[in-house]
Design a protein around this ligand. Structure first.
Ligand code: COA
Length: 148
């Protein structure tokens, strides 16, 4: 898998990928629809943020977004096509994101974790530091990885 910056004209396709990825966990259609409505991944957002896609043979298979905020970098998205899940690409993108955050001078990478993905993030070295209320009204763990 090759990782490269996303292009603004890919925003709609990436948002659709994220919705397919979210549905992988078996959420009811209504929840997935509400999630889709909160995505907000527009061409402007891609143009002005650090969005990186993982691509194989010219086909996008997943992506992540980093929000650079000095010491703390927020991992805002990490999504794989459903048939890409479970084959090591999550680790590849997560480690790529952490290396990129470290290279930018951050000491901590932080994210709101999808509950079903907490085991994955724990495997990646993340720990839960607090909880937060999501835009969909759920109590989500906020996890961190120390980069130093
Ligand atoms: C979360 C996600 C990115 C993980 O990617 P993945 O490709 O399945 O993960 P990998 O295959 O690289 O797994 C890496 C390690 O984590 C473990 N792992 C993966 N998913 C796990 C889970 N849900 N629970 C516990 N362990 C998990 C794997 O067994 C593997 O362990 P190993 O180091 O012993 O081999 C992927 O499941 C996904 O895209 N899910 C849907 C979208 C989503 O929920 N994203 C998170 C938003 S916060």
């Amino acid at each position: 898998m090759v990782v490269r910056p996303a292009r603004p004209d890919e925003a709609a396709a990436l948002a659709a990928l994220a919705v397919r990825s979210k549905a992988h966990w078996g959420y009811p259609p209504d929840f997935v629809r509400r999630f889709a409505a909160t995505m907000g991944l527009t061409a402007d957002v891609v143009a002005t943020n650090d969005v990186q896609v993982g691509e194989r043979d010219g086909v996008v298979r997943g992506f992540y977004t980093l929000l650079h905020r000095g010491d703390v970098v927020v991992l805002d998205d990490l999504w794989l096509e459903p048939d890409e899940i479970g084959h090591g690409s999550g680790r590849l993108l997560f480690e790529h994101a952490a290396a990129r955050a470290r290279a930018a001078g951050a000491t901590v990478m932080e994210w709101e974790a999808e509950p079903y993905a907490v085991g994955f993030y724990t495997r990646m070295g993340g720990t839960t530091v607090r909880h937060t209320e999501s835009t969909l009204g759920r109590r989500l763990p906020v996890m961190q990885l120390r980069l130093t």
